[in-house]
Design a protein around this ligand. Structure first.
Ligand SMILES: Nc1ncnc2c1ncn2[C@@H]1O[C@H](COP(=O)(O)OP(=O)(O)OP(=O)(O)O)[C@@H](O)[C@H]1O
Length: 583
């Protein structure tokens, strides 16, 4: 019960914002129309039920005129019913797509707000596969919520209408046992109630593990898909390493989890279907068993019997809403749990960013980035590196070295403001622009021009400007292909990608440029040429590099090193033994 209540509270929290959003007018109109149509459908069902009485009586009495009239009447009701059903579905789908669009936009906005997406990854697997949350779960949530909500409404209204009818019919056709009338007011209603309660309780008992199994199924499916995508993205590496067998083993074992869980779902669904199918078959004859004695005792006519059976089925159907919707409910519960987890993970990431261990402050004076009493830790809290009273100033070019894993890249992440774990302060000059160039620059799939100027809009730089920097970085052949579409991370060599990374930096001309082994795939003369180019084109930019080659010394006038001290590393200046060579 608490479970159902907390699921409903979560559904409310996830669903309501749309109906208060800027699209609320249309959303509410569509929802209201769908609800009104549903009520009209129930109204029609009541008319159909009455029709049963008159129609079957006409048949029993061989009254052709009434029979013909009732056929015509049926056609009118059926035509209205068809029109209502068609528009109900159409408007329901219209509401679904508007609602889903709004939710998708909202999730995309929150997931891609600042570095939320990265923070969520750092938090662990609380929000595994956000792509599945945004693409699949929102679709399922909207669809299932409407399906179940409208279904529930139908059941409640049907129940209310038919309970009244069934109560009246109970009086017309009293319970007849062994030739005696047994005066139980509304016995047909009680019969339906007991029947449906037993059915619901048994369904819940048999089907309750399904919610959890479905939740896991979605997760295993998503993991399997994710690993397939990873294999596709790294296909070259896998081919070069002859990793196909390993990859196949890994994928097979992931699919093994999918299949094993599916077998459990199958076995549970089999039991549930055996029960629900028997239950619904039994419901067809159950009302006849209740009313037949009265019919054979001639206390009720055929029309009354047929109307009772149909009313009983309607009441029983609506009371058994839970039985028939169980599978959908179980899936819906998993979708709600996943979206809830996703929203919680976004909230955590936002809170984490709002209260980072490391404070990013505006530098009080000068144009230096300052690291004060800074300690970076790993997500689990182990100390990683320290830096205190360390300034990166002016037009200085600083080269940072240190052993692998000493926290060089993490220091860059902290300066960029995306690494929240640790303490101390990073002071950034007011209005300073910072750009990070990693070893593997990211290029969105699409036009080369757009890929180079990313994350700016294509129009921010003219084709001539882009062509010029592309030539400057030594890729004249690409300057003619700016309009070409491609998956540049896959088709260009790493060295070419690094040259384009530098081209991107030249276009954006940041105040601070951090190069994390951003030229490490190039040969030394090419690397030297790129550094000379940066010097020449970005004379006012402060450059900080991470690199291991001694030849980089020539392009930097300050050396810093992350040296081991105790259980972590400390960033310190290193005195040069050889003066920097002239570039
Ligand atoms: N998201 C993360 N979760 C847990 N540990 C992490 C995470 N990111 C980095 N680390 C750990 O932090 C340590 C420092 O990583 P970092 O990438 O900063 O090293 P680095 O000095 O740049 O190394 P290299 O010279 O090899 O590039 C490593 O031991 C790494 O495993």
């Amino acid at each position: 019960m608490t479970n159902i209540r907390s699921t409903l509270a979560t559904v409310w929290r996830i669903a309501v914002p749309y109906f208060k959003s800027e699209d609320r007018r249309m959303g509410r109109i569509l929802l209201a129309t769908v609800v009104v149509i549903e009520l009209a459908v129930v109204g029609l069902a009541v008319l159909f039920n009455r029709w049963n009485n008159v129609f079957y009586n006409a048949l029993q009495e061989r009254d052709y005129n009434v029979f013909a009239y009732q056929l015509g009447y049926f056609c009118v009701l059926a035509a209205i019913f068809i029109a209502l059903k068609v528009y109900q579905l159409y408007l329901n789908q219209w509401l679904q797509i508007r609602w889903r669009r709004w939710m998708t936009e909202r999730y995309l906005g929150e997931w891609l707000h600042d570095s939320n997406h990265y923070q969520m990854q750092l938090q662990g697997d609380a929000a595994d596969n956000p792509d599945q949350r945004i693409a699949e779960d929102t679709q399922m949530f909207v669809e299932r919520t409407l399906l179940l909500g409208i279904g529930l409404l139908n059941s409640v209204v049907t129940l209310a209408s038919f309970v009244v009818i069934l109560w009246g019919l109970s009086n017309e056709a009293p319970l007849h046992v062994f030739g005696q009338d047994v005066p139980i007011p509304g016995y047909l209603v009680w019969g339906a109630l007991i029947y449906a309660t037993i059915g619901t309780a048994l369904t819940h008992w048999i089907g309750s593990p399904l919610a959890d199994l479905n939740f896991r199924q979605q997760r295993f499916e998503a993991d399997f898909r994710f690993n397939l995508v990873r294999a596709r993205e790294n296909s070259e590496q896998i081919a070069l390493l002859r990793g196909e067998t390993a990859e196949r083993g890994k994928l097979s074992s992931r699919f093994g989890l999918v299949a094993d869980n599916f077998m459990r779902i199958m076995s549970r669904t089999k039991k549930l279907t055996a029960f629900t199918a028997s239950y619904s078959q039994a419901s067809i004859i159950f009302p006849y068993i209740l009313v037949a004695p009265a019919y054979f005792a001639q206390r009720v006519q055929l029309g009354g019997l047929m109307q009772t059976a149909s009313a009983f089925n309607s009441v029983q159907d609506s009371l058994s809403f839970f039985v028939t919707a169980y599978r959908t409910l179980a899936e819906w519960q998993s979708v709600v749990a996943r979206l809830d987890g996703f929203e919680a993970s976004i909230r955590n990431a936002t809170a984490q960013r709002a209260n980072p261990g490391i404070s990013r402050v505006v530098a009080q004076s000068g144009d230096a980035i300052g690291l004060d009493d800074l300690e970076l830790t790993l997500p689990a809290g182990q100390p990683l590196m320290r830096a205190d009273d360390f300034r990166i100033s002016g037009k200085q070019r600083t080269l940072i070295a240190g052993p692998s894993g000493s926290g060089k890249s993490t220091l860059f992440r902290a300066i960029a403001g995306i690494w929240p774990f640790g303490s101390g302060a990073i002071a950034i000059p007011a209005g300073a622009t910072i750009m990070m160039l990693p070893q593997r620059p990211y290029f969105p799939v699409g036009e080369l021009h757009a890929a180079i100027v990313y994350p700016s809009e294509t129009a921010a730089f003219s084709a001539a400007q882009v062509a010029e920097v592309v030539k400057d970085v030594g890729l004249p052949a690409l300057a003619d292909r700016l309009g070409e579409h491609g998956h540049w991370n896959r088709t260009l060599s790493l060295g070419e990608q690094q040259r384009l990374g530098v081209a991107r930096a030249l276009l954006h001309a940041p105040n601070y440029l951090f190069l994390d082994e951003a030229t490490a795939s190039l040969d030394e003369p090419s690397e030297a040429a790129l550094y000379r180019l940066l010097d020449q084109k970005l004379p006012d930019t402060t450059i900080v590099s991470i690199g291991h080659r001694s030849t980089l010394n020539a392009f930097h006038d300050r050396d810093a090193v992350l040296g081991r001290s105790g259980d972590s590393f400390t960033l310190q200046d290193k005195v040069r033994t050889v003066a920097p060579a002239q570039s």
